[in-house]
Design a protein around this ligand. Structure first.
Ligand code: GRF
Length: 218
């Protein structure tokens, strides 16, 4: 029998994506367990969503440089033996050493239709550009920011009069569904990455999967 996948989550803020994963596990929709939640901000609300013994945090600002913090973070993550490490609202750029240590099982959810709008303020940038559509992407993490192979995307319309806040609120449920659908594939052992190429059910994926109205990836 296939064992349950072990998922570690990196989060800096409220943790609604983490909560979506926890709810899916509780509802029997995802054959996985959360084995640790890690934060660069000890006050992050995300940490409170799991039991004490699953929480790890340190104030990144108290470390002399990025690599020093990331080395401690990496050791803590490694200790919980995760199959998958998910950046879900993790707002620090990961050092190359961290990314290389976990490469191939490190995913990020990013609120834009990558390759558009890497980095911050994605909703404001989409509105400013006059885009008709915005959305979110799940991608493998490589050292270059938000530049790894995109696994899957969800598209959301931009509506007249949208502010960054209203648009973000429309994208967020899509993010939750997208992350769950992607994790269902990874945890079932159907999706891997080799040398920058995503392989699904043994076949290379040349364009990202898209979430349909039923919340399935196609
Ligand atoms: C999400 O929009 C995520 O895509 C972005 O930060 C936000 C985090 O939300 N990177 P939450 O902390 O999961 O609620």
């Amino acid at each position: 029998m296939k064992r349950m996948s072990r998922i570690a989550i990196l989060a800096s803020g409220r943790g609604s994506n983490l909560q979506a994963v926890l709810d899916a596990i509780d509802a029997g929709l995802l054959d996985a367990e959360i084995v640790g939640v890690f934060s660069d901000k000890p006050s992050a609300p995300a940490l409170k969503r799991v039991a004490n013994d699953l929480r790890w945090s340190a104030d990144a600002k108290s470390f002399p440089f990025r690599e020093a913090f990331d080395a401690e973070l990496a050791d803590a993550v490694n200790k919980c033996r995760p199959d998958w490490i998910i950046c879900a609202g993790y707002l620090r750029i990961l050092s190359t050493a961290f990314v290389e240590r976990f490469r191939g099982r490190l995913l990020n959810i990013h609120p834009s239709l990558l390759p558009k709008y890497r980095g911050l303020h994605t909703h404001a940038r989409a509105i400013e550009a006059g885009d008709a559509e915005h959305g979110a992407s799940v991608h493998f993490v490589i050292p270059e920011l938000d530049a790894g192979a995109v696994v899957a995307q969800v598209v959301v319309p931009v509506q007249p009069g949208d502010s960054p806040e209203t648009l973000a609120a429309r994208v967020l449920p899509g993010e939750h569904a997208l992350l769950l659908a992607t994790l269902q594939l990874t945890c079932a052992g159907r999706l891997t990455e080799r040398d920058g190429v995503i392989v699904i059910d043994g076949h290379p994926l040349f364009t990202p999967l898209h979430l349909d109205c039923a919340g399935n990836l196609a």
